[in-house]
Design a protein around this ligand. Structure first.
Ligand SMILES: O=C(CO)[C@H](O)[C@H](O)COP(=O)(O)O
Length: 238
């Protein structure tokens, strides 16, 4: 089963890597599926002389891309991003997503928002009838005051859990913040929830990615399907 999911991720990554053309500025997502994408792009650089500039969404993605000789820029050093390719934890029938299991949600959302075209790459089990049944919504918060922020998130109906690393210490994001995972059952209205979470002082970003999927690439053990979503675009990005 794990082997099939890995194969599906590899097919999704490979299919999306074909969308990258020389001259593009490309947002490079984070996580295992995005890692496979970066590796495939590295192969294209080495084998075909593909020339593009990557905008990494995490320290680990930047390290991998550098090893593969992919030139990088920070998001503030590019005028815009032509194409962003990233993974997701869950995608619903309206192409709304939960992201951030890897803890890179703030930078991922920033880069997705400045991209002209956003591509999501997933294995099939990530496509769900409804968001939040299995995955909590990660919320990136200030270290200062995080206990009070957690209380406020509870008043919005969240079952909260401060994310911790393997050593038991609080997980710290690339941006130096904390993550509070927020379980909602059910997650009834993602748009209203996003507005509520963002209204809490000290919340920097949430893992709800709404209107940020223009193309969904679903990998399978034997290939991949690209779906042009025509999903409503998120007004925060336009
Ligand atoms: O949002 C993310 C990291 O913050 C990842 O894209 C998401 O968690 C999917 O990861 P994977 O491809 O390893 O399943």
């Amino acid at each position: 089963m794990a082997f099939e999911a890995d194969l599906a991720k590899a097919h999704a990554a490979r299919s999306a890597a074909e969308l990258v053309q020389s001259g593009m500025i490309v947002g490079l997502g984070s996580g295992s599926t995005a890692g496979l994408l970066v590796k495939r792009l590295g192969e294209r650089v080495a084998e075909e002389g593909l020339e593009f500039v990557g905008v990494p969404t995490s320290v680990s993605t930047a390290e991998l891309a550098r090893e593969l000789n992919i030139p990088l820029r920070d998001v503030d050093d590019v005028p815009a991003v032509d194409l962003n390719i990233d993974g997701a934890d869950e995608v619903d029938p309206e192409y709304r997503m939960i992201k951030g299991r890897g803890g890179a949600l703030l930078r991922e959302k920033l880069v997705a928002c400045v991209a002209s075209r956003r591509v999501t790459i997933v294995s099939p089990e990530k496509v769900v009838p409804r968001l939040g049944i299995d995955s909590p919504v990660p919320v990136e918060v200030s270290r200062l005051g995080y206990r009070h922020i957690e209380q406020r998130l509870r008043t919005l109906g969240a079952r909260t859990s401060l994310r911790r690393g393997p050593d038991g210490a609080p997980f710290v994001t690339d941006g130096g913040n904390l993550i509070i995972d927020c379980g909602f059952s059910p997650l009834a209205d993602p748009d209203t929830l996003e507005a509520g979470l963002k209204s809490v002082v000290g919340v920097f970003e949430t893992g709800l990615f709404l209107g940020l999927c223009d193309v969904l690439v679903v990998g399978r053990p034997d290939g991949a399907e690209q779906i042009v979503t025509q999903a409503r675009r998120w007004t925060g990005c336009t």
